[in-house]
Write a protein that binds this ligand. Sequence first.
Ligand code: FAD
Length: 149
Amino acid sequence: MALVRLIYASRMTETCDTAAIQEILTVSRKRNAACNITGILCYDPTFFMQCLEGPKDAVNDLYRDIARDKRHSRITLLEYVEIEKRMFREWSMAFVLANDMDKRVLRKYSGRKGFNPFALSPGQARDLMVEFVKQHRKQEAEPQKNRSL
Ligand code: FAD
């Protein structure tokens, strides 16, 4: 089965609070591990950007469910490609708060207005998530500074 990477952006709805995000993460890590899906979910108080990697059918099925979820809206596909290998193989779903990330990196990709995944090209979305993951790894190595869920 071909491996694919899918990246989308969306906007949080009012029903999405901290408890809802925690619930999404708990469900995601369980289901994604069971379906051999890895990836990263980034958010700030307005937007989500998520990368899903895994077997094509599993990613397609999950994306269909995610697109129906009322906790976000304006779901917009940024990238959907076949891949040879995964970028985020360690995580059933890494989670990063965009606001916790290095502001220079955010400015490089999003300008002065801050994190806005809708403004990113597929290449920028991918590169930004790779940067996020590098910082996420650093934060994990320094638990006292780790503010991610
Ligand atoms: P159910 O919980 O029965 O869901 C049925 C339908 O209702 C689904 O389409 C679901 O999207 C929607 N739904 C579920 N709970 C709520 C709620 N509280 N409010 C509004 N609608 C709801 N799930 C994963 O497994 N992996 C992921 O990587 C993942 N990423 C997500 C990223 C975002 C930004 C969001 C908003 C959700 C994500 N989810 C993810 C959750 C996903 O949408 C489903 O809720 C979950 O996979 C369970 O789906 P289900 O059909 O098994 O169960």
